[in-house]
Design a protein around this ligand. Structure first.
Ligand SMILES: [Cu+2]
Length: 366
């Protein structure tokens, strides 16, 4: 009941953001020269930096971008309930039994992503986009001793890093007037990220074994993924808003498994007190399926080795800042920051819960 109320409130906020204003006769200030004077570039012309593929470009325009995203996770939950490592190792069944219960618990994880993007508008109605990334992951664990009980054997950390999956997409203009814009984005994720990363773990028996890391520590999905998107955005005076749906659908499987499909819906509202600055708030809902199938190399008494302990429903609330240079060498350079905290996490657990996400970015179009 409590959960349903939260969902209803969030949907209401999404709809409110979408419908907050509707107007016709307003000039969208563009990046051009009028009467010999530079026209202002609007900071709110781009959505909060955590939203991908949310704007298009004019014919022949290029854009380069760099985004850094840091995600921090700590603690575990089953559904919406937080659970301790001791609870997990005495209550949660190990699908690779024996031992009967899980004996290793991840306690903390960080993920840093460096995303390099390029956009090019082949026509006013078509913008092409490319994104490559470099990922660094780190996960801390507690190993409990033997096959039962709550005696701690020790702790260990696994890490992985390298390039992630590569995304290419085409964005197609559906409609545009002075207030409202709609486009769709047909994207494809190429499996360039590694799925064979290994590191050393501490077993309940005290051995230090080098193993293939669980799914969450790998760098790519292993599959080609289709990424359909629909984006709506609107603007009147100093207010801008928008909404986007983004899907991730795995094609086939790889090494016996495929990561869960993902549905994401987000909606934002931003206020631009002056052209060079805008502040924003955003809600994002994400639904992710469990992993389908299993990688036969991964069989450890830890939740991250279990394909059923992935996915769930999350809602995040974000606050963002966009800046754009107006004059001289800084003209057209955008800097942006967005920070988010979860307001709802219903996880196929035990699974690690997210504490916060920060995205910072630079963009420049010419
Ligand atoms: Cu762009």
């Amino acid at each position: 009941m409590f959960l349903n109320n939260k969902k209803i409130i969030c949907v209401a906020i999404l709809l409110f953001n979408i419908n907050i204003l509707a107007d016709e006769n307003h000039n969208n200030i563009e990046f051009n020269i009028d009467n010999g004077e530079l026209k202002p570039i609007n900071a709110s012309g781009h959505a909060p930096i955590g939203v991908m593929g949310e704007h298009m470009h004019k014919k022949s325009e290029w854009m380069a971008s760099y985004r850094f995203q840091h995600m921090s996770m700590e603690g575990n939950r089953i559904g919406t309930n937080e659970v301790s490592p001791e609870f997990i190792v005495t209550n949660v069944a190990n699908r690779f039994s024996p031992p009967a219960t899980l004996r290793v618990v991840p306690t903390k994880m960080t993920m840093d992503m460096h995303m390099f993007g390029a956009m090019y508008a082949a026509a006013d109605w078509l913008t092409l986009m490319f994104m490559g990334m470099y990922i660094e992951k780190s996960m801390d664990h507690i190993t409990f001793q033997g096959g039962s009980g709550t005696t701690r054997r020790g702790t260990f950390t696994t890490t992985s890093s390298g390039i992630g999956d590569t995304k290419v997409s085409g964005m197609f203009r559906i409609s545009k007037n002075n207030t409202n814009k709609v486009h769709i984005n047909m994207g494809l994720s190429l499996p360039t990220g590694d799925t064979d990363k290994r590191d050393t773990i501490l077993t309940p028996g005290g051995a230090r074994n080098n193993v293939v890391l669980p799914y969450g520590m790998q760098l790519g999905s292993g599959t080609f993924d289709i990424l359909p998107e629909v984006t709506y955005s609107g603007k009147i005076d100093e207010l801008s808003w928008g909404a986007q749906y983004m899907g991730t659908f795995r094609i086939g499987d790889h090494k016996g498994y495929s990561l869960g499909d993902i549905h994401q819906v987000t909606s934002w509202l931003s206020y631009q007190p002056q052209p060079s600055v805008s502040i924003s708030t955003r809600l994002a809902y994400k639904n992710e399926d469990k992993i389908d199938g299993i990688d036969g190399r991964i069989s450890l008494p830890v939740q991250t080795a279990d394909p059923d302990k992935y996915g769930g429903d999350t809602i995040n609330l974000y606050f963002g800042l966009n800046l754009v240079g107006q004059t001289g060498a800084l003209r057209g350079h955008r800097l942006a920051l967005e920070a988010g905290i979860p307001v709802h996490q219903d996880l196929n657990g035990p699974q690690m819960e997210t504490d916060y996400t920060i995205t910072a970015g630079w963009q420049f179009a010419w």
